[in-house]
Design a protein around this ligand. Structure first.
Ligand code: B12
Length: 275
């Protein structure tokens, strides 16, 4: 029967079609260059993915120009395959090629997670695949961020967390790591934090520079407003409270929910804190 784009081939068959050794295809898969799924101990490559991979492989780079590496798309493939080893190796390679922590998180990891979210929203991904990807990313962040640990005196403490009902914590972890790499001491209190607990977490903190509330779901905005209200009651006026995250689309939204300002993204947050 002729292969349709939806049918799959083994690694050996993929190697025959590409005219390379099967170990070469295996390496493509493990490095996330070629998408494949592992079932019953065997790798299965979709014919559609193989055709696309071959098309891209044939496009030769312009003379004198090195091909650009789409780190994020590759990471997405590793995460979809649930291949933590390959995902970790890819991040190592990205660091070796000169990515700093901001580039690694904002240009490689975040777009990969957003793409995974889009697949899930289109019904192209099972929930367990998204959960597995998130867990892998969580472990990789812990590993990677340790390499960018700041040495020297701290620039004060920032408390960051997500309000009740908000479970998107990876983004908060990323922001916390990025701030730490720039010299702030960060107290990351995680997600789904009731307003009174948030207030307890900031009360009496020495050298408190700012409080950040991360909101991904618009439904969590009312809970974020409660957090801001409770926190405002226990910290000095001079300590700014920032709202950030995918659900906060403008400074107006941040202020309508009681915050002093909007932290558009981690780089803007660093700029606000440094000002
Ligand atoms: C992983 C994930 C989950 C995981 C979270 C695991 C974890 N530990 O974080 C779990 C499984 C828990 C989850 C659950 C749900 N999720 Co979800 N999830 C995602 C996914 C795929 C990735 C999130 C992520 O880590 N992104 C990467 C980060 C780095 O990107 P980011 O959030 O945009 O953050 C950047 C900026 O916004 C900013 N930022 C973020 N926070 C802050 C904070 C501050 C202070 C600052 C300065 C900046 C900042 O910096 C980051 C880097 O640039 C997204 C897809 C997406 N588009 O992001 C969906 C997504 C966010 N989820 C979605 C949905 C619908 C849900 C559920 C409702 C699904 C359900 N029916 O159960 C639940 C809700 C749970 C809850 N009550 O919170 C939707 C939200 C749609 C919407 N606009 O409201 C998305 C967009 C998927 C989609 N395409 O539809 N999810």
């Amino acid at each position: 029967m002729p292969a349709t784009p939806d049918s799959t081939v083994s690694i050996t068959q993929a190697a025959e079609r590409l005219g390379v050794h099967y170990m070469t295809v295996y390496r493509y898969v493990r490095l996330g260059h070629l998408r494949a799924e592992r079932r019953d101990g065997e790798w299965h490559v979709q014919v559609r993915d193989l055709q696309e991979f071959n098309r891209q492989r044939k496009q030769r780079p312009e003379r004198g120009k090195r091909p650009t590496v789409d780190w994020s798309a590759r990471l997405e493939q590793c995460l979809l395959a649930g291949d933590e080893t390959a995902a970790g190796k890819l991040l190592d390679d990205a660091m070796a090629s000169g990515h700093d922590l901001f580039e690694l998180y904002l240009d490689v990891v975040s777009p990969a997670m957003v793409a995974i979210g889009e697949r899930w929203a289109r019904g192209k991904l099972h929930i367990h695949e998204e959960h597995r990807a998130s867990l892998i990313v969580g472990r990789l962040l812990a590993r990677v961020s340790a390499r960018f640990a700041h040495r020297g005196p701290t620039r004060g403490t920032v408390v960051i967390g997500g309000p009740s009902g908000e479970h998107h914590g990876l983004s908060i972890t990323m922001v916390a790591d990025l701030l730490r790499s720039k010299g702030w001491n960060v107290s990351d209190i995680g997600t789904d934090v009731p307003a009174e607990s948030f207030a307890a977490a900031v009360r009496g903190v020495d050298q408190l520079r700012a409080v950040c509330v991360g909101v991904t779901l618009r439904e969590s905005l009312p809970a974020a407003r409660d957090v801001v209200g409770r926190v405002r009651a226990v910290v000095a006026k001079s300590v700014p409270i920032y709202l950030g995250g995918a659900a906060v689309d403008s400074a107006d939204t941040a202020r309508e929910h009681g915050a002093d300002d909007w932290a558009r993204d981690p780089r803007s947050l660093v700029a606000l804190l440094s000002a």
